[in-house]
Design a protein around this ligand. Structure first.
Ligand code: ATP
Ligand code: MG
Length: 360
């Protein structure tokens, strides 16, 4: 997938913008507060129906406007292009693809697989497992169609069990949902394992290319003991779960940790190395999506030069360009990015919310 064109209305300081991005590399430059991150945010809204910097979607709307719109023409394949659109107006989000209204965000996400690397990305190493689970499940979701329905089944059964745990006085016979939970949990676990099995060598390969760091590995924790059946774990933790009021074990508590020589990566890495590790994580996801699902994704890199020296900036941009993906990179200073002489590249300049194409 790639964006052939993009129309943005009333996103932050972007009043009205229309661009036609290049299929491979797009460099977006401009001074501080010109609107570069807002441009990436608009693309992210189109692919995820949420912002990466505001949990309140209203904050995205340009001051004084009553809603925002983002519409893209998406290349689904060499022969097929569809319009994809998102609009937020009167506190309602509307999503459309190929002329049809979409009911679920997952339908939108399927149409535009996109990854974001920004100065906050290192938090994936240090924050709780939720972000890392999201990261892993993004990959599983896009390469394995079976994942979404089984995850929905699991969440439904989990919700019922949690509601019942909170109903004091009502006895819960040996767990009425344990069969459903057991089946869906095992399936989720095996889909995640399969994904990570293919993912690990790609990730290690990108780490080797991007930075000299020995002994990098991934540790997957499935959310309950490795040597136990999930049904037994549920039965054993029933009393504890009752007092907590929720289910304490299961795939909803899984984690995937990045380690260096068996220790958490953030303990042994500099700021620049962390950024490069994160880039390796995302590059490997994009590469695996291509191999397993023959799908191209869009990679948004906000402030690529931050934290990186000249040599690593160059390596990173070269590796990004070698991927079969559409890349959108922002920088305050155009000179900080060495732009490879490849076909399918464009440069855009942003000034006070106005985006214009520039020649190299
Ligand atoms: N809802 C909004 N309406 C209008 N303008 C907004 C809104 N939210 C933020 N802004 C402004 O939009 C401008 C562009 O912000 P943005 O973060 O896109 O800049 P940037 O080019 O990425 O800057 P930097 O290089 O500092 O990261 C800023 O001046 C910001 O204050
Ligand atoms: Mg910015």
């Amino acid at each position: 997938m790639s964006l052939a064109s993009l129309y943005i209305k009333n996103v932050r300081n972007l009043a009205e913008t229309h661009i036609e991005p290049a299929p491979c590399l797009n460099i977006i430059h401009g001074v501080n507060a010109s609107g570069k991150t807002s441009l990436l945010e608009a693309i992210y809204l189109l692919g995820r129906a949420r912002s990466f910097r505001s949990s309140h979607i209203q904050n995205v709307i340009s001051k004084g406007a009553d809603g925002f719109t983002v519409v893209g023409q998406v290349n689904i394949s060499a022969e097929q292009r569809i319009p994809l659109g998102i609009e937020y107006m009167a506190e309602k989000m509307r999503m459309r693809a190929a002329g049809q209204t979409l009911e679920r965000t997952s339908d939108l996400v399927t149409h535009l697989p996109l990854l974001l690397i920004n100065p906050d990305s290192h938090k994936i190493l240090t924050l709780g497992p939720r972000q890392r689970r999201r990261f892993m499940d993004w990959g599983v979701f896009h390469v394995e169609h079976a994942f979404m329905p089984v995850w929905a089944r699991y969440c439904r059964a989990l919700k019922q069990r949690n509601a019942s745990l909170r109903c004091s006085g009502r006895s819960m016979p040996e767990d009425v949902w344990s069969m459903e939970l057991q089946e869906s949990a095992s399936r989720i676990d095996s889909l995640r394992r399969e994904y990570l099995r293919d993912y690990l060598p790609l990730f290690v390969g990108f780490v080797e290319k991007l930075l000299p760091l020995e002994g990098v590995s991934l540790r997957y924790l499935r959310g309950w003991a490795q040597d136990a059946e999930y049904r037994e774990v549920l039965a054993r933790s029933l009393e504890k779960d009752r007092s907590l009021g929720y289910t304490s074990r299961g795939p909803h508590r899984a984690d995937v940790m990045i380690e260096v020589a068996g220790k958490p990566a953030q303990e042994y890495t500099s700021g620049g190395q962390q950024k490069l590790l994160i880039c390796a994580m995302y590059l490997a996801q994009a590469a695996l999506l291509k191999v397993r699902a023959q799908r191209q994704c869009i990679i948004l890199v906000d402030d690529l030069p931050a934290e990186l020296d000249t040599q690593h900036r160059r390596k990173l941009i070269d590796l990004l360009c070698e991927l079969d993906a559409q890349i959108m990179v922002t920088t305050t200073d155009r000179e900080l990015i060495h732009v490879p002489e490849i076909a399918g590249r464009k440069m855009f300049h942003v000034e006070h919310g106005v985006v214009t194409e520039r020649t190299f």
